[in-house]
Design a protein around this ligand. Sequence first.
Ligand code: ATP
Ligand code: VIB
Length: 263
Amino acid sequence: MEVMSHSSSFLLPADEASAKRYALIVLNQNLPRFTPLLWEHAKLRLCADGGANRIYDELPLFFPREDALLIRNRYKPDVIKGDMDSIRPDVLHFYLSLGTKVIDESHDQDTTDLDKCILFIRDSPLNQESSKLQILATGALGGRFDHEAGNLNVLYRYPDTKITLLSDDCLIQLLPKIHRHEIHIQPSLLGPHCGLIPIGAPSAKTTTTGLQWDLTDTEMRFGGLVSTSNLVKGEKITVESDSDLLWTISIKKQDPNKTLRSG
Ligand SMILES: Nc1ncnc2c1ncn2[C@@H]1O[C@H](COP(=O)(O)OP(=O)(O)OP(=O)(O)O)[C@@H](O)[C@H]1O
Ligand SMILES: Cc1ncc(C[n+]2csc(CCO)c2C)c(N)n1
C-alpha cells in the first residue's frame, strides 16, 4: 500500500518552506491570523462568494499602519466564485475593477460555494497531473454547523485532492483508507492536541504510532470509541485504517511575528 505523506509546511515562514504548491480558498468567516502568510505564497487565490467581503474588510486590519486601499489593491483575489448571494455589491465592483475573474453560479443551488471553488482549482491549468495543487480553505470551522458539515463533506467528495480545512485553532484533513499515512508535525506550529474521527463510516481496525493513546487494530465508530483529545508525542505520526478518517490537530497560538509571520 502506497504511503501518503502529510506536512503543514504552508504554515512555515517563507524562507523555511521550500515546496509550497497550493491554492487558497477564503470562506465567509473571520480570517485566521496567518491568512496574509498563506495568501502571499498561494499559486491561486479564490474567494468563495462572501469570502470576498472578508478579504476586503479584514485584511487591512492585519496592517493597521498601512493604507487600507493599498492593502486591498495588493491582496487581490484571482477568482471569486459562488452563488453570489453574500458578496456585497461594493466589494464585487471593487474587485471587478481590479480585474478579478468573477464566476456567478447562482443557477446551482445544490453544491456549496466551497465545492464550486474546488472544481475551479481542479480544472485549472496550474493543476497539472505531474504536480497537483493542494487546497487550503480558511474559515472552514467554527460558526454555523450546517456550513461546517458541508465543508467536511467536500473532503469526502474529492478524496484524491489534498484539501486542508483551517480555522484559527486547528486544521482538518481526510486520510483515505487506500493509503498508509505519515504525518509530519512541526511542533513549534502544531499540536499537541489531535483527533482521529471516523465520520463517514465506522472503522473496524485502525492502527497508529506516535500518539499518546495509540490504536492497535482498534474499532472506532460514533456511538462507540472515537479518538478525541488525543496528544501527539513526537514529530511523526503513522495511521493505517480500513476506513476513511478525519485527522485534526491544533494550531499553536504564538507570536505571529515569529513563526507564523507573513513573509
Ligand atoms: N459560519 C460558517 N462556518 C463555516 N463555514 C462557513 C460559514 N459561513 C460560510 N462558510 C463557508 O463559506 C462559503 C461561502 O459562504 P457564503 O456565506 O457566501 O455562503 P452562502 O451559500 O451564501 O451561505 P448561506 O446562503 O447558506 O448563508 C460557504 O460555502 C461555506 O463553505
Ligand atoms: C437536499 C438539499 N438540501 C439543501 C439544499 C440547499 N443548498 C445546498 S448547497 C446550496 C448553495 C449554497 O450556496 C443550497 C442553497 C439543496 N439544494 N438540497
